[in-house]
Design a protein around this ligand. Sequence first.
Ligand SMILES: [Zn+2]
Length: 739
Amino acid sequence: MKKLLIVALTLCTSYLVKAQGEWGQKFEQLGTMLPTPNSYRTASGAPGRDYWQQKADYDISVELNDNNQSITGTETITYHNLSPDRLSYLWVQLDQNMRAKSSNTPLVTTTAMSDSVSGKALQTMINDADYDGGFKIAYVKDMSDKGLKYTINQTMMRVDLPKALEPGGKVSFKIAWSYNINDRMLEGPRSGYEYFPKDGNYVYTIAQFYPRMAVYDDVNGWQNKQFLGRGEFTLPFGDFTFSVTVPADHILGATGTLQNASQVLTPEQLQRFEKAKTTFDKPVIIVTQKEAEKAEKTKSKEKKTWTFKAENVRDVAFATSRKFIWDAMAVDINGKTPLAMSYYPKEGNPLWEKESTRAVANTLITYSKHTIDYPYPKAISVHAASIGMEYPMICFNFGRPDPDGKYTDQKKWGMIGVIVHEVGHNFFPMIINSDERQWTWMDEGLNTFVQSHTQKEHYPDMPIRRGCASCIVDYMKGDKEGIRPIMTNSEQILQFGNNAYAKPAAALSVLRETIMGPELFDYAFKEYADRWAFKHPSPADFFRTMEDASAMDLDWFWRGWFYTTDHVDVAVDNVKWYKMATNEKGFENQVTASGEVMGADGKKAPATNFQEAAETFVFSGTSDDSYREFMNKVDDEAIKQKHINTNFYELTLKNAGGLVTPVIIEWTYADGTKEKEYIPAEIWRHNEHEVTKVFAKNKEVVNIQLDPDKETADVELDNNVFPRQDVKTRFDQFKEKKN
Ligand SMILES: [Zn+2]
């Protein structure tokens, strides 16, 4: 007896040591991994009672020189210090300096030779392009025209204030600058010009064109991460007045409300523009293709100035060309009627005229349902070859038909997809203003997720490339050396599109469809959008809000999907089938169940098939000990009679991928009927690697299938099935087809 106890104790201890050694703390609270809540940001994920954010107002005037493709500008920035801190200097972002000769970007870009290198690739590889980029700062002055001391560190400029800016105070200062606009074909994306050699004209898609205030906040103090070209932008909100002077025959679209339509449009165009404001069923052409083609030839030497005002935006951008066709329609968002608009050269037609503005309208409708009602007066889609890039109220999108106007479905879906995506960025990060320089997933991931909903709702025939569980499988099961967690700073991300767009979007899809359910998810997601619209959320604010508004502890989910590179792979490793022994025998006569088969090496291998017949177990009476002080007793005989014919299945499930996940079991019975059972992820909380569970079924089971609808992103489907099926390789299928 004593000996037995010692043996039992030893077994017990060794089991515990083993289990603890393998414990990955997958269900532990994120705790110290998240910042400590404070009066600025609460533990519930909402802005706290002392939440503050800075404000930067701009008065900008720039002139675009179409002869040498350059911009000259002046601006007055009024910076409001709404923080509780004294500021002795301000940081201004000079993002164009990423393209300056002295930029660090080419220096920190790794390169390698290969057997064959194209001219364009070679130029990029050794940074040999003949282009003088970067801001030339003419002056930084206070409002009495006295020069302010400033220091430029790459893409950032520190402006030293003669007197510290007190909390609640504001300061205005002036900057004058110029820069050469980059050729987007050679110098990369986001903004620049495209030249059309056939008619000798340019399409300008212009952004990061003025020195912009950096963010100062309670999370990072002054934003201090340089713009290397990848991690995008982090900008405070403010009110803008800005004017752009361009050749008189240009048509210009920009962030904000046009202030002087009657000065820049013909009476006829103005009339069409007014008509568009009340036309909801289809776009109204404001500048026709015929008018645009005529302008292509005039090459006016006159100038016109377009003036805009935009309130509560983090940035402004514009597009201008004499090649532009322009159409617009009104969209009904719960009584508000923003304008959906498109600007495109004839090279975009007939596709753009048909699809672009409608795609803008569809995006505003679906995003408003999932987040907040679109608050801005308009949303523009501009045709720009080979890029997709977003700014408040305006974005630049690819999708150009062949020269003869023909286009494939793939081209059309690609174009609609990018428009939905870039217009969707109005919500993330232009309104729900996360820090793009730090976290790409907070805007790209959330945006891609709502994008997939927009596409499903308005374009049911369109293939979904990102935002579904099954589309992330190939990435998740890939070589872990090439994968970083989602919670990685933008610059260090590998496989950018998969990491920051597709995986977070797939994760949110799993969260909505499988873990939380649409009702709880949609409420919490909308709550996040409500709480952080026109504010600066951090990752913790998102994680906390989703839990706070749903009464679900999702720390395990964020931990697994966002902080690790684990993947989902649940295997049904063994199934044992039991029935109650009908003739009661002693324990010594009980057959021990064994669905296991012996491998060639004599070691236990996973079962691959049901046993021929059920093993039996002895139903024993409940011993008096187990009642302790209770007077009442269970009716053993009734329980026995109830289950005399029940099939008991003991499943052994293995978590081979490491990412803990709900388990979805589809049972197929001998009579051909099926039943689906859902088990929450917490089943793995005591053992993250292997669990067993007994299920009672009246009918006999012939097949078990895990995740039958591929909703958990399980990367290995062969081990989801019991009995195992021979999986045909593609070669087998090919051979069969041939035969
Ligand atoms: Zn994007």
